[in-house]
Design a protein around this ligand. Structure first.
Ligand code: LLP
Length: 425
């Protein structure tokens, strides 16, 4: 194989039969840092961001990276330096943004269950907006803001009741989800917000789900939200910004989501047609900025042929890559240095003591113990959802920039995993 790119992965390619990310051989990364290790391409992140920026050229748009997708400080630094704000969902994420050099005014705080302590922390720092998800939260936020002598900037997350046609666990904009304020109660909730002295209504937001691969749910949600903006403003509450959330999917296995610029050209055409083209816009993309920028490198520990199934046991597991176990998600798995010869049908599984600990099922691979595999599309919701289950230290992470490899997170030691625990004396 020669300079063969892989579908959906423009920044990794086989060169002279060895898998490279940008100009770096991934076999060298595995040898230098050990496995499992996550490697992220800076160029891939910036080119994913550039697709949005192209789509928004000439508009007033704040892109707030949904950092839950990948919250490594160096990843946040890449986006902060590129002018992004951040969509956060906890005080912990807020602390990370600050540690990475992000600006508080460009932070929006989402999530159905913010604590008083988190509200206070965010108010004291002067974040850009609280995306509020219930009437009860409005009252508490008002209370906290009043006690600090501040006005909290708020947007209400409205549930547009649109089917994003994705996995039920990551669908969030339908009735029956825990998220947002019901569309039919929105005007009344806005009137309540506007009447509370500790709040300043600044916007409206929605987020209908994740790994969305079609434009239609977005177009429908936009229609529903613009209808509401009209109703809310008629009721006397001005809306300064409109935030359309995140959710754009990536190509994991031949998926064909619209490109960010194409999608936004369509959406902006609708906004213009409805007379809202001049409004301040926000979006909260996560996966589409980082998902295909990352791979997880893992070594094959053992081959275990069986009567019904052949297993390839690797040193990464569901604690490192939880998506297959949680959502039956598909990640491509490829050898870093492909072997000549026939492949076998096998299940790629981790060492964790659960049958749910599989990373890929029924894959055709030609591998032997000691080989290194790359699990693709591992830049989003892998490391950020990893755990220490089975007292497995979390993997190391590196950022690749051209020919350079930067270690951006140390591999956790066993001691790291129990350092906050105490024996009873
Ligand atoms: N905004 C809000 C309010 C969100 O809840 C999310 C994701 C995003 C933005 C970013 O969505 P994205 O652009 O990444 O689709 N762990 C799941 C995905 C959970 C998504 C949660 N919310 C997975 O691995 O597929």
């Amino acid at each position: 194989m020669n300079a063969n790119t892989l579908p959906g992965q423009p920044h990794i390619a086989y060169q002279a039969n060895t898998l490279c990310m940008e100009s770096v051989k991934l076999a060298d990364v595995a040898a230098q840092f050990g496995t499992p290790v996550f490697a992220y391409s800076k160029a891939a992140m910036l080119s994913a961001l550039a697709a949005y920026q192209r789509g928004f050229a000439g508009r007033q748009v704040q892109i707030c990276y949904a950092m839950k997708a990948n919250s490594n400080l160096a990843v946040l630094q890449v986006f902060a330096n590129a002018g992004c704000g951040f969509d956060i969902v906890s005080g912990g994420e807020l602390a990370r943004v600050l540690a990475a050099g992000g600006t508080p005014e460009k932070i929006i705080f989402s999530g159905v269950g913010k604590t008083r302590a988190e509200m206070k922390q965010a108010l004291e720092l002067g974040i850009g907006c609280f995306n509020v998800e219930s009437e009860a939260e409005l009252e508490v936020l008002n209370d906290v803001a009043m006690s600090l002598g501040k006005k909290a900037p708020v947007s209400l997350r409205v549930n547009p009741n649109v089917d994003p046609k994705t996995h039920p666990y990551i669908s969030t904009g339908l009735k029956g989800n825990k998220f947002g304020v019901a569309h039919e109660n929105a005007v009344q909730t806005y009137l309540r917000a506007a009447a509370l002295p500790g709040l300043a209504v600044v916007g409206i937001d929605c987020h209908i789900g994740s790994q969305i691969t079609e434009a239609t749910p977005y177009l429908d949600a936009m229609d529903r939200i613009l209808d509401l903006v009209a109703d809310i403003e008629t009721a006397g509450v001005p809306i300064h910004h409109i935030d359309f959330g995140g959710g754009l999917g990536i190509d994991y296995n031949g998926d064909t989501p619209p490109a960010a610029d194409t999608l936004w050209q369509q959406l902006l055409a609708k906004l213009d047609a409805r007379g809202y083209g001049h409004r301040q816009l926000m979006i909260e993309p996560g996966r589409s900025l980082v998902g295909n920028a990352g791979v997880c490198l893992t070594d094959v520990l053992f081959m275990k042929p069986g009567e019904q199934k052949n297993f390839c046991i690797i040193d990464a597991a569901m604690n490192d890559l939880p998506r297959p176990a949680m959502y039956q998600a598909f990640h491509q798995i490829v050898p870093v240095s492909p072997r000549a010869g026939a492949s076998t049908l096998l299940d790629v599984v981790g060492p964790v003591c659960e049958s749910g600990d599989w990373i890929g099922r029924d894959r055709q691979l030609n591998v032997q113990a000691g080989d290194t595999l790359a699990v693709l599309s591992a830049g989003a919701y892998c490391m950020s959802m990893s755990s220490n289950y089975n007292t497995r230290g979390r993997a190391a992470e590196v950022l690749i920039d051209g020919q350079q490899v930067h270690l951006i997170r140390n591999r956790e030691t066993a001691h790291d995993t129990f350092q906050g625990e105490h024996l009873v004396t």
